[in-house]
Design a protein around this ligand. Structure first.
Ligand code: ZN
Length: 204
């Protein structure tokens, strides 16, 4: 099981020897912040839990399938060759911009973010239930991965709600075709009304 140990202060620093013995390694998350992370055997969980309680540090357990895999991007590109099928041209699922892989513009985003299901809070459990209903057993499954430009990927971060709806619709090329058609029709309609108004003024 993949676990992380962290706290707000530097408490883990004083017990680092023991944490290391559990096979965890330190990962920097900011200039002065970090966490201990790694895979441990299920048998050790009870002991580690007690150890963390005793030392007042937080233990985060991540069940398999709810943690970011190391090769999800490769899996995505292997199964999704983009809307032209050339493995090069993709469309950002959030803003609709055309992005090219050779230019390094294509990032792979978790539609339901890893942080949205990673622990066992009330909302995270609800999201897991939703995933079950949708047949998503693993957060790294291709059904949960969408192409995104780096700008949108960064803006989205771990947000859910409206962003998920956007990505869910925007992953379909047909959505963008319909949206652009609608915009074109609306523009022509607005332009026509303007022209009619100007012409009717000129006649008076
Ligand atoms: Zn975008």
């Amino acid at each position: 099981m993949y676990i992380e140990i962290k706290d707000g202060s530097n408490r883990t620093y004083y017990i680092r020897g023991q944490i290391r013995q559990y096979g965890l390694s330190f990962k920097k998350t900011g200039k002065y912040t970090g966490k201990w992370a790694g895979n441990v055997s299920e048998d050790l969980i009870g002991e580690i839990e007690a150890f963390c309680n005793k030392n007042h540090v937080k233990l985060y357990k991540k069940e398999e399938g709810y943690a970011r895999s190391s090769n999800y991007a490769d899996a995505f590109f292997a199964g999704n060759t983009g809307f032209r099928g050339d493995g090069e041209t993709y469309r950002c699922s959030y803003c609709g911009r055309i992005i090219r892989r050779s230019k390094g513009e294509v990032t792979v985003d978790h539609l339901i973010p890893v942080k949205g299901v990673a622990n066992t809070s009330f909302w995270h459990k609800r999201v897991r239930q939703y995933m079950d209903r949708k047949g998503i057993r693993d957060i790294n499954q291709i059904e949960n991965l969408v192409p995104a430009c780096s700008h949108c990927n960064l803006s989205k971060g771990s947000r859910m709600g409206f962003w998920i709806i956007r990505g869910y619709l925007g992953r379909n090329e047909r959505f963008w075709k319909a949206a652009y058609l609608l915009m074109a029709v609306a523009s022509v309609a607005i332009l026509s009304v303007c022209i009619i108004m100007v012409l009717s003024r000129l006649q008076h």
